[in-house]
Design a protein around this ligand. Structure first.
Ligand SMILES: *[C@@H]1O[C@H](CO)[C@@H](O)[C@H](O)[C@H]1NC(C)=O
Ligand SMILES: *[C@@H]1O[C@H](CO)[C@@H](O)[C@H](O)[C@H]1NC(C)=O
Ligand SMILES: *[C@@H]1O[C@H](CO)[C@@H](O)[C@H](O)[C@H]1NC(C)=O
Ligand SMILES: *[C@@H]1O[C@H](CO)[C@@H](O)[C@H](O)[C@H]1NC(C)=O
Ligand SMILES: *[C@@H]1O[C@H](CO)[C@@H](O)[C@H](O)[C@H]1NC(C)=O
Ligand SMILES: *[C@@H]1O[C@H](CO)[C@@H](O)[C@H](O)[C@H]1NC(C)=O
Length: 881
């Protein structure tokens, strides 16, 4: 019986009972490996450092400001591991603190429980908690695994007991992917720290950030604490995602997620090593073994939740601005877009539409025709989305403003530290209170407000902003007491504004599920959940929610835009990193404000931005108040033509995008991705972040420089066929090319080896969905290609559950294109054209299921095959040379 099961001790192949560090001086540590023992940003003296039992050694020279002068000695007393035993889920052990005479951090916890959960062959969880006092744990749903996996694992685990350390190795290569002996484990009530060596410097993720995709390991501190903060490389931004992916030297990839929502830092250093430092909760790590980058994201989203399947219309073009002033003005823009035949699916409104900026109201004087405008959008196959902020005005007379009255009656608002009254802040409407989305009735409350507004203005999706939550009064209109250990913790991460309450609520304010100190960074994600659920109930269709604040699992409920960026070439470039990162975070519905938000844009920048933005998974042009108008119709006829061209290109490729979203929703793969995700063994691809891909088959190489007429772009090994030019081929062994890109041109390539589905475009998705489909068949060097198409009605909640969708796989090989149909849709889905690339000579004949078809050679060795076939039925197309 026993031999049938794999013995778990095979995973834990060694328990190294270490001997401490008896060799040499415990302070003689390589500079790059110094783990900071004085991370406080205030100046300190040698005495303070030594009081902590740490080594003090000033450092001069390069990086002098960053290399810690005060660092942990290698024999710093940490914890000792004992009572290691096997459990049904893996292993457990006790960690006992080693005695120290030094004055260390306040309230250290002497005894800890260690839990090691061997959840799947590619995933393990390491949890360190307090056996005597229950501590806050993040209330997101993660898979409940009762028993350890009985399959061979990709990892093996080693412990060091006398100076506790945990090491993980990849079984196949022996690579050490995690080694917590990089520094001591520190576990105090409000200071928890664990360091790990990294197997390479190829680190991605850790956000929300405004900088390059590859995370710097040159003494870089990343702070996690959701904040209303214009994107800046040195600030904590709107969302917290304590998750990284690492590509090892041999191209294998793994991921590490710290499930913790407290104010936190990740400090990277050149060892390479990473130190996690959080001020609450527990240490709860998930490690994902990949081994491919995409497998890491599949495994990560298995834990935090798969991305939501968006409605088809939401993949069209969205137009918005702050400062439309009236509904007639908004409507006029929509009419002009229609007259110019520029594709548009969704019109939005910012806070202008509200009465005195109060949620769930509209200004009946200036936005008098809003309901009519929304009906007109609907009658034209278009949709409407408006902004909602979480702050609810508490200044209206009793009985006149249900959002406040209902919230009070249901005790829905976050309370101040006394727990007797709602904490009051100040946001757009003036003084406000804040719904507590951890309250069990908050969903019903929120839905009631959305429903009553929907009864007046039948919106289709919701944009939730200011939900970090933002508060113009630091803490509250009455400040914060600043005398509790929450308000004034022993260690404050390097947050922008220096205080946890800066630009948000006092952290000792009370929520149903606990104190704001713990729950702060979950606020936006929980509002997304409430909003998405309400939308489903109100409309009976898939929801569409875009949120500024996010946290792991936000992708289950909606998407994100990267906030208040500038109309600059720098922010145009940087937006690609946001797109790549949020796909790693399981939130693929991501975009940036096209043409830029703050500052005035200009025609060239806006054209280039529309050309890049046409490849954001979520495509919205949005503008700040008082800035020059930047809708497509606000520019010259030439500019409008270029914008229309690239919008048509996006609409043509929407079936591919939609299929990628389907794959994301079922398997958790990314939609848009960095080249490093597809080519992890290509050292150049690891650093490219000015280009990106849609899935595996499409490479986007945008123009990002003023005045440029070409793109210097990297093409990994393979064949690449230009999209606009129908098949101009680049045959690359992995090198840089200068591709012609005049202002009317967007550089996009099909990748050899892939079949990409498309559709003839139209002015909105309701119309384009009635057009015939296209298949772009891009063979690799051996003449093979494959790809798939997902199709459904675009809105139903249960297409997948009710098996009412088409799922077809296309394979091209030996001059034959065949389809395999795994599932069929109730309506016919017509394929009208196949473009086949790399055809050297005109074929003798092309047949569909044995019957001759019309075809012609077009430029660049491409073949245009015209047909009419329902993709619900399998077919065979033969090209007879
Ligand atoms: C899980 O573990 C428990 C306790 O060891 C055992 O009783 C149970 O049979 C296991 N279940 C499975 C499905 O292996
Ligand atoms: C982990 O790090 C410690 C401290 O530097 C080192 O002694 C040990 O060899 C490392 N373990 C492995 C498996 O590399
Ligand atoms: C909006 O347009 C309608 C119809 O032309 C008009 O009756 C109304 O007065 C306009 N509203 C405003 C605020 O200008
Ligand atoms: C904090 O300050 C408030 C107001 O000044 C006071 O009422 C309260 O008792 C103080 N709490 C503590 C823990 O000192
Ligand atoms: C999901 O993953 C499985 C296993 O790798 C694969 O067979 C399937 O095609 C994927 N589904 C989609 C929609 O990509
Ligand atoms: C771009 O403009 C040039 C010059 O007018 C023209 O030759 C070219 O065909 C245009 N390209 C596209 C994709 O429209």
């Amino acid at each position: 019986m026993f031999s049938e099961k794999r013995n778990m001790w095979q995973t834990l192949i060694l328990i190294a009972f270490g001997f401490g560090f008896c060799h040499g001086n415990s302070c003689s540590i390589d500079d790059s490996e110094r783990i900071d023992c004085y991370p406080e940003t205030v100046p300190f003296v040698q005495e303070n450092c030594e009081k902590r039992g740490c080594c003090y050694k000033p450092y001069e020279g390069e990086n002098a400001d960053n290399i810690p002068w005060c660092y942990y000695p290698s024999d710093y007393p940490s914890y000792q591991l004992s009572q290691l035993k096997q459990t049904s889920q893996g292993f457990s052990g006790k960690l006992m603190q080693m005695s120290s005479t030094h004055q260390r951090i306040e309230n250290e916890i002497n005894e800890l429980d260690l839990g090691l959960y061997l959840e799947t062959p590619t995933r393990l969880r390491i949890k360190i908690s307090d056996p005597h006092n229950s501590r806050y744990e993040v209330p997101i749903e993660t898979p409940a695994v009762k028993n350890a996996t009985t399959d061979p694992t990709l990892y093996s685990v080693f412990f060091q007991s006398s100076q506790f350390g945990i090491t993980l190795k990849r079984q196949s290569s022996g690579n050490v992917i995690f080694n917590s002996s990089a520094g001591p484990l520190i576990y105090a009530d409000q200071f928890l720290q664990l360091s790990t060596f990294l197997p390479s410097k190829n680190i991605y993720g850790l956000g929300e950030r405004h900088e390059q995709a590859l995370v710097s390991t040159n003494w870089k501190r990343i702070v996690f604490w959701n904040r209303d903060q214009g994107p800046d490389s040195n600030a904590n931004l709107y969302g917290s995602h304590p998750f990284y992916m690492c590509i090892e030297e041999d191209g294998n990839a793994h991921g590490v997620f710290l499930l913790n929502s407290n104010a936190m830092e990740a400090e990277l250093q050149p060892a390479p090593a990473l130190t996690w430092r959080t001020i609450g909760g527990i240490l709860d790590f998930y490690v994902f073994l990949g081994p491919t980058p995409e497998a890491v994201i599949e495994q990560y989203t298995m834990v935090v939740g798969r991305p939501v399947m968006p409605p088809y219309w939401s993949l069209g073009f969205h137009l918005c601005r702050w400062g439309y002033e009236t509904s007639n003005h908004t409507w006029d823009i929509v009419s002009k877009m229609r007259a110019a035949k520029i594709p548009q699916d969704v019109q939005w409104n910012d806070i202008d539409y509200m009465t005195s900026k109060r949620d769930f109201t509209y200004d009946k004087a200036n936005f008098d025709t809003l309901p009519q405008m929304v009906n007109d959008l609907h009658n034209n196959g278009q949709h409407y989305v408006m902004i909602i902020d979480p702050g609810v005005s508490n200044q209206e007379a009793t009985g006149t403003y249900p959002p406040y009255d209902d919230g009070l009656a249901m005790s829905i608002f976050i309370q101040d530290s006394t727990g007797t009254k709602p904490i009051e802040g100040r946001v757009w409407p003036g003084k406000t209170v804040f719904p507590d989305f951890t309250h069990p009735h908050s969903g019903a409350y929120w839905q009631k407000q959305l429903q009553s507004y929907h009864d007046q203005v039948p919106f289709d999706g919701v944009w939730i902003d200011m939900n970090e939550p933002s508060n113009f009064a630091d803490g509250s209109t009455a400040g914060c007491h600043g005398n509790s250990t929450l308000d004034n913790p022993p260690y404050v991460p390097d947050v922008t504004g220096a205080k946890l309450s800066a630009r948000t609520l006092c952290v000792d304010s009370k929520q149903y599920a606990g104190v704001h100190y713990n729950l702060h960074s979950l606020y936006g994600m929980l509002e997304m959940k409430a909003t998405s659920e309400a939308l489903v109930n109100i409309r009976g269709q898939r929801s569409f929610v875009i949120s500024r604040s996010t946290f792991p699992s936000a992708g289950k409920y909606g998407g994100h835009w990267n906030g208040d960026i500038l109309s600059t070439w720098e922010d145009l470039q940087q937006s690609i990193v946001s797109v790549i990162n949020f796909n790693l975070f399981g939130i693929p519905l991501i975009g940036a404000d096209i043409c830029g938000f703050t500052k005035n844009t200009n025609e060239e920048l806006c054209i280039r931005w529309m050309q890049l933005g046409a490849f954001y998974p979520f495509m919205r042009n949005h503008n700040d108040i008082l800035m020059r108008p930047q809708a497509p119709i606000d520019f010259s006829t030439d500019a409008q033509n270029y914008m229309r061209d690239v919008l048509s290109m996006r609409y043509m490729l929407l079936p591919h995008l939609y299929t990628l979203f389907y794959a994301a929703s079922v398997n958790g793969t990314t939609v848009a991705r960095g080249l490093f995700s597809e080519f992890p063994t290509d050292k150049t691809a690891l650093i490219v972040d000015q280009q990106f891909m849609w899935g595996q088959g499409l490479l986007i190489s945008p123009v990002l420089q003023k005045g440029a007429n070409s793109v210097h772009a990297y093409f990994p090994n393979g064949l690449w066929y230009e999209c606009m030019d129908f098949g101009t081929t680049i045959d690359s062994s992995g090198s840089w090319f200068d591709v012609n890109a005049p202002i009317n041109q967007t550089v996009v390539h099909f990748r050899g080896g892939f079949v990409v589905p498309g559709q003839y475009p139209a002015v909105n998705t309701q119309k384009s969905r009635m057009n015939p489909l296209i298949l772009f068949v891009a063979p690799d060097r051996s003449g093979n290609a494959a790809g798939s198409l997902y199709w459904d009605d675009g809105i139903s909640l249960d297409s997948a559950k009710e098996s009412n969708f088409l799922l077809a796989t296309f394979r091209y090989s030996q001059n034959t294109l065949t389809s395999e149909v795994a599932a069929t849709f109730k309506e016919s889905v017509k394929l009208g054209t196949v473009f086949l690339f790399n055809v050297k000579t005109k074929p003798r004949d092309v047949t569909l299921n044995g019957v001759s078809l019309q075809f012609r050679m077009i430029e660049n060795n491409a073949l245009d095959i015209e047909l009419s076939v329902d993709v619900n039925k399998p077919f065979v197309i033969k090209v007879l040379p």
